[in-house]
Design a protein around this ligand. Structure first.
Ligand code: FES
Length: 113
C-alpha cells in the first residue's frame, strides 16, 4: 500500500460523490456529513458506478438497485451479503492523502530493482 496526495485540481468541490483516478486506480471520493471517504468505484452487486448514487446516514446507496454500504467499514446492509472496499484517507493541513494498493507494474518494478 502506498500513500498518494490527491491534487486539489482533481477534486470537484461541487460534487458530493466523484470518481478520481490516481496512480492508475479509480476510486470514489465522497464528502458526507462533513467528512471525506474513499471507496471502490463499482458496486459489487451488478457493477454500477457509485458516482450516480447518494449517501444517507453514513451509508453509500447504489443508484441501480439501492444496495447500501457503510462508509465506515464497507459492509453491505443485512441480507445483501456483499461489501465494498474502503480506502484509508488522511487529511494534513489542507491536503488529502489516500492509501492505495500498489499496481502490478509497481510491484514488478520493485522486484527488478
Ligand atoms: S448494481 Fe448496485 S445495487 Fe445493483
Amino acid at each position: 500500500m502506498t500513500w498518494h496526495k490527491i491534487p486539489h485540481s482533481a477534486i470537484d468541490s461541487k460534487k458530493a460523490i466523484q470518481q478520481i483516478k490516481l496512480a492508475g486506480k479509480d476510486f470514489c471520493l465522497i464528502y458526507h456529513e462533513e467528512k471525506w471517504h474513499a471507496t471502490s468505484i463499482k458496486c459489487p452487486h451488478a457493477g454500477a458506478n457509485f458516482t450516480g448514487g447518494w449517501c444517507e446516514n453514513g451509508r453509500l446507496i447504489c443508484p441501480y438497485h439501492r444496495h447500501s454500504f457503510a462508509l465506515g467499514d464497507g459492509k453491505g446492509a443485512l441480507g445483501q451479503y456483499n461489501a465494498i472496499t474502503i480506502y484509508r484517507l488522511e487529511q494534513k493541513d489542507s491536503e488529502l492523502y489516500i492509501e492505495l494498493p500498489e499496481s502490478i507494474f509497481t510491484k514488478l518494478a520493485n522486484i527488478f530493482k
